[in-house]
Ligand binder design. Structure first.
Ligand code: KIV
Ligand code: NA
Length: 277
């Protein structure tokens, strides 16, 4: 199947086809998602919570993202791989930003990077695109700002704050991003932005009118339950499946039901006799 590229994002919007994106942080999951046909795989800094057990994304390092992106890239054939730039990897200087993003591409194997913010990071976004690194924007709830926002809350509820997000989206579009993730904003605001910009919007908690959707795979598959936002739909309860499977394994081992003969390796009687002698 034809690879999904940054150009495919823009084409999908122009043709009114919804774009699908999910997170993955490892080889096996990435392979499953790619085989299932998801358009894009995000190595999100949500791996801090889901993979590493942190309470937010602040502590995630560029090394963490590179490590997981390497694994994901080995499992993917068709999907476009986007790697998140973690907190403080694009805040210090333009030079720093390009070097860090470059590592996600060259060492990690990502096709594109995602950064949180608008006007405040626009020079960095432009520099990355000048360096031929495709950029996905991220507006609305930007979890790396948790200590400034004072928690994970819906963003853009007032006229002033909603206008700011619209302006940021237009700035990102002008800078040349190939998509913009909109997280936890009211549905009508996401609709306005989606209609105003030519680049596709990818919503998470942003309602029905975005050009595409993204979710954390472990959330939508029921494998992560420390915190479940309102916008998550549980498509499967793999957490339950895993717990039940593991309980069955424990029981069978304890009762001597597993392993069975078919799970064992044989040895010739001749050798057995010599070993016993
Ligand atoms: O890190 C992540 O998983 C994300 C998505 C929630 C958009 O940024
Ligand atoms: Na993220």
């Amino acid at each position: 199947k034809e690879k999904f590229t940054t150009a495919s994002f823009l084409k999908a919007k122009a043709e009114g086809r919804k774009i699908t994106m999910l997170t993955a942080y490892d080889y096996s999951t990435a392979k499953l998602l790619d085989e299932a046909g998801v358009d894009s795989i995000l190595v999100g800094d949500s791996l801090g919570m889901v993979m590493l057990g942190y309470e937010n994304t602040i502590k995630v390092t560029i090394e963490d993202i590179i490590h997981h992106t390497k694994a994901v890239s080995r499992g993917v054939n068709r999907a476009l791989i986007i790697a998140d730039m973690p907190f403080l990897s694009y805040h210090v200087s333009v030079e720093d930003t390009i070097r860090n993003a470059g590592r996600l591409i060259k060492e990690g194997g990502a096709h594109a990077v995602k950064l949180e913010g608008g006007e405040n990071i626009i020079e960095k976004v432009k520099a990355l695109i000048d360096a031929q690194i495709p950029v996905c924007g991220h507006l609305g709830l930007t979890p790396q700002s948790v200590n400034m926002l004072g928690g994970f809350k819906v963003q853009g509820k007032s006229v002033e704050k909603a206008k700011k997000i619209i302006e940021d989206a237009i700035l990102l579009e002008k800078a040349g991003v190939f998509a913009i993730v909109l997280e936890a904003v009211p549905e009508p605001l996401a609709k306005i932005i989606t209609e105003k910009v030519s680049v596709p919007t990818i919503g998470i908690g942003a309602g029905r009118y975005c050009d595409g959707q993204v979710l954390v795979s472990q959330d939508m598959l029921g494998m992560f339950s420390d915190f479940t936002p309102k916008f998550v739909k549980r498509f499967r309860d793999l957490g339950k499946e895993i717990r039940e499977g593991v309980k069955e394994y424990i029981k069978e081992v304890q009762e001597g039901k597993f392993p069975e003969e078919k799970h064992t390796f044989k040895m010739s009687q001749e050798i057995i006799d010599k070993l016993k002698a």
